[in-house]
Design a binder for this molecule. Structure first.
Ligand code: EPZ
Length: 422
């Protein structure tokens, strides 16, 4: 398994281009199943979760070609299988996003249940309940969920809890259903809005994306489209923290400041200097200037537009360098503090109390061998390693490769002393 070796203590300088959003590209790739026409996706991040989705789509019969310019050409002219097998789903739970499109397009889908993951149980009961509301008969057996529906019928679905992929899955199913569907307590994430935009470009009738109430008027068929994936707000947030903690001047391009505003606000509250400048088209440039001293600032993770749970681990690394005590409350996932014990091995002062982590700073971090447990935890360890005394070796970086495109090359291009140990 690859490892990353980092020598800490060097400020960064320069410009980083932010890639397309993994969590927008995954549902967009699944949406290609909804039409027999060609679909072109631009600004695709070349990360392992995207490659896993390519494998899955090819197994379902979709012709998929990735181009070096970060675009993908897809065509689901004929769906040859409607089963997402365990060996793929177990590596990437977002594979569940093919359930809605397969059910809508073919009337049948069989998808392995994702099972739990490092950050929580993560059931898909709200997805299943939603498909049943659309008239599908759903049964779970032998570790698979099987859904059948001659034609889905529009209905009103109230999510007990906000779910991002649940909203996306039901939106993709409802777009080809008979009649109107209303999704209540829907997720408002930018990735949901991006998907709704793509579905409407394909001839769908989705309204209200970005608000808790989404209305979908079903249509009989969808056509192909060309769609540009939004920038990755979590990658942007990760580099803002990396720039701040290393007391650097870092410019991020091709990102969207609005999507990162809760992170920008919190970092400013902690004393980080961030400038927002308009960039070409809708994208933006962000310049972060770190400092020697940060103020401790409490944070609570929330659904969008609140502070993203996917930024919690990176923020914790920053708070180890803040003067004072900060309380980090994780409200979305029940087991998302795995990085804390590894940060403590580097010298951080963190106490876990249920869904709260109490971080006392400022502490000197020293290099160590640490293990990544999940995607964002691994980013947090790399960030800590950038300022730790001496050498840190981050093990199991396959977690990182799932969602960050060439992170060590991007960091090295702005001066970090980081290398991959194959
Ligand atoms: C999406 O996961 C993201 N993944 C996650 O990013 C992100 O952390 C999460 O949303 C929250 O923002 C993708 O978009 C591919 P949820 P998702 O359904 O949709 C519970 C990353 O680092 N729940 O919004 O799986 C669930 O257990 C990843 O890039 C149910 O109980 O998350 C959680 O506590 C990690 N039953 C909460 O709701 C359900 O049927 C929110 O989960 C569905 C969800």
């Amino acid at each position: 398994m690859d490892k990353l070796r980092v020598k800490g203590g060097k400020p960064l300088q320069g410009q980083v281009r932010i890639s397309g959003a993994k969590n927008a590209a995954l549902p967009a790739l699944a949406a290609s199943l909804l039409t027999a026409d060609p679909v072109v996706l631009e600004n695709i991040p070349l990360v392992n979760d995207i490659f896993t989705t390519r494998r899955l789509l090819r197994e379902l019969g979709v012709a998929v070609e990735f181009e070096s310019d970060h675009s993908a050409r897809l065509r689901a002219a004929k769906i040859v299988s409607d089963e997402a097998p365990y060996d793929l789903v177990k590596t990437m739970r977002a594979s569940v996003l093919v359930l809605g499109p397969l059910l809508a397009r073919t009337g049948h889908a069989r998808v392995s249940l994702p099972g739990g993951c490092a950050i929580g149980a993560r059931p898909i009961n709200f997805h299943i309940k939603g498909f049943e509301k659309l008239g599908a008969s759903v049964r779970t057996e032998h570790g698979y969920v099987e859904a059948v529906a001659e034609r889905l019928r529009g209905s009103e679905i109230l999510f007990d809890k906000v779910t991002v992929t649940g909203t996306e899955n039901l939106m993709m199913a409802a777009v080809l259903a008979d009649g109107r569907t209303i999704l209540q307590n829907a997720a408002c994430e930018p990735e949901v809005v991006d998907l709704a935009g793509m579905l409407n470009d394909m001839g769908g009738k989705v309204q209200g994306a970005g608000t808790p109430t989404i209305t979908v008027e079903g249509v009989s068929e969808l056509k192909g489209t060309t769609h540009r994936i939004i920038p990755d707000r979590i990658e942007a947030g990760t580099f803002l923290v990396a720039g701040a903690i290393t007391n650097s001047e870092l410019e991020l391009i091709d990102c969207n400041a609005i999507h990162v505003s809760s992170v920008i606000d919190k970092l400013r509250e902690a004393g980080v200097h961030i400038e927002i400048a308009p960039g070409p088209t809708a994208s933006t440039r962000l310049t972060v200037r770190g400092s020697e001293d940060f103020r401790a600032a409490d944070v609570v993770t929330k659904e969008y537009p609140g502070f993203a749970t996917d930024m919690q681990a990176q923020y914790m690394a920053l708070m180890t360098q803040a003067t004072g005590t900060s309380v980090i409350t994780e409200n979305i996932f029940e087991n998302r503090f795995m990085h804390a014990s590894e940060l403590m091995r580097m010298g951080a002062d963190i106490r876990i109390d249920g869904s709260r982590a109490i971080v006392t700073g400022k502490t000197r971090l020293s290099g160590a061998t640490v293990i990544a447990s999940d995607l964002r935890a691994s980013a947090s360890l790399v960030i800590a390693a950038l300022i730790a005394d001496g050498i840190t070796v981050v093990d199991r970086v396959y977690h990182l490769d799932r969602g960050y495109e060439k992170i060590e090359e991007k960091l090295r291009s702005v001066g970090a002393q980081i290398e991959r140990l194959k």
